[in-house]
Structures are given as C-alpha cells and as structure tokens.
Design a protein around this ligand. Sequence first.
Ligand code: BTN
Length: 246
Amino acid sequence: MQLTILRYDTIDSTNTEALRQARLGAAEGLVILAAEQTGGRGRLGRTWVSTKDAGLYFSVILRPRFEIQYFPLITLMAGVSVHEAIEGFGLNPDLKWVNDVLVGGKKISGILAEATETPSGTAVIVGIGVNLRSFGYPPEIVGTATSIEHELGTVLDAEAVLEHLTKRMIKNWNTLNLSDGPEQIRQNWTNRSSYAYGKRVVAVTDEGKVNGTTNGIESDGALRITLDDGTIRVIRAGDVEMVRAA
Ligand code: BTN
C-alpha cells in the first residue's frame, strides 16, 4: 500500500472526508490528516473532541480483499498498529476490545472504522485519534484520558507519530490480507491485550446489560464472554465496560 497524505489545518472530520473521497473513487492508501477537527466523531455516535494540535487526527482509506465476515478485524488490526507504535515510544500500552488503546488504564487513542460502498467496491475508512498533548479535554473525560505528553514527559510531533503508526499499519494490513492473516491479527491482538481473557465485564448489548468474564476473541474479531451462569455469549455489537475483579 502506497500512502498519499492530504493535510488540512481544520476539517469537520477526517473520517467524513475520507468517506467522501472513497466514494469519489480515491485509491487505497489515501490519508486525510488534520491539525484540528470541528466535528470529530467517535464510536456509537459519540463526539471526539479534537482541539488544534492536541492530538493526531487522521483517516486512511482501505480496500479489503478478504471476506466481509472478517471486516471487524480491521479495527483490531488498527489497534495492534497503534499499540506497536506507542510501545515503540517506550510506553506500555494495553488494548481493550474493541477499539481502545490504553496506557495506565486510561485511554490514549481511539479508532473508528466505517465501511462504504464505492464505484470500485467496498472501502473501509480507518480513523485514528491519538492524544498527543494534555490540553483541550472535555471535562467528562479528564479522569479517563491520557496523552503521550503526560505518559512520556515529552511532546511528540504529530507527523512523527503518524509516520511510525502508518509503517506498522502497512505491515499489519498486508498481513491481514494473507490467507492466514485474520488468524495472525487475532493472535497478535490477543497477545497485546490484558482484556482478552479473564476480565470481569459488563457488556452493553441490544438486549441490555450482561455480566461475565472475557474468554478470548472469535476468528472474526468478536469478543467471547462467559456469563456468570456459565453460558458463553459472543458480542459483536454494542459496547463493553470493564469492571474490576472482585
Ligand atoms: C472512539 O474511541 O470512539 C473512536 C474515536 C476515533 C477518533 C478519530 S480522530 C480521526 C478520525 N476522524 C474522526 O472523526 N474520528 C476519527
């Protein structure tokens, strides 16, 4: 995958722009990068506050060559890439299903993957936000968010973080497109996540909240949970709240 980077000072959302470009026929590898987003979007309809120069905000267009059942693994592939890049900066990150990268239990990066039909087939937009600086947080996330500046005691430049991260992503994207790629990414994610097994969770599903313990990742990236009554539930949509072991 060859990257072409389009840089914006300010934009509504790099994901929204990448969706627009993909629908106009943009090739795999187009990256939309912005210093600031006025309408940054998170998962489940949430807002991703994107203060100027406080974070790395970018989206990349991918054109998967594998079956749709494995599309959820694209988010996991991106999570692994962010994890590897942040580890490379000397930090000790963790992955929380499905898209959170944490340091010291606090969120340092989030990933929003969105698929769209285009004249040249299905495209998946992977949008990544990484907190670089410790300012501009909305009050509701002050206690649960962290930044590279806070953890490392140094400010890293958005372009430098982008370069490290996209290198990892190109490698992991090539892997995911191999015949055993989905399994390799599933294993890589599992090895990097303390949340894959044995974590007490409350899963928020369409049918309400269920309590259980994480029990690995399915071949398509879904989360397996053993409920307190012993039954196994596979969570594909919704959100998961991790709770401390008693
Ligand atoms: C989440 O954790 O809920 C996902 C957050 C994803 C934020 C990134 S920032 C770049 C890209 N553009 C957006 O509007 N969202 C993603």
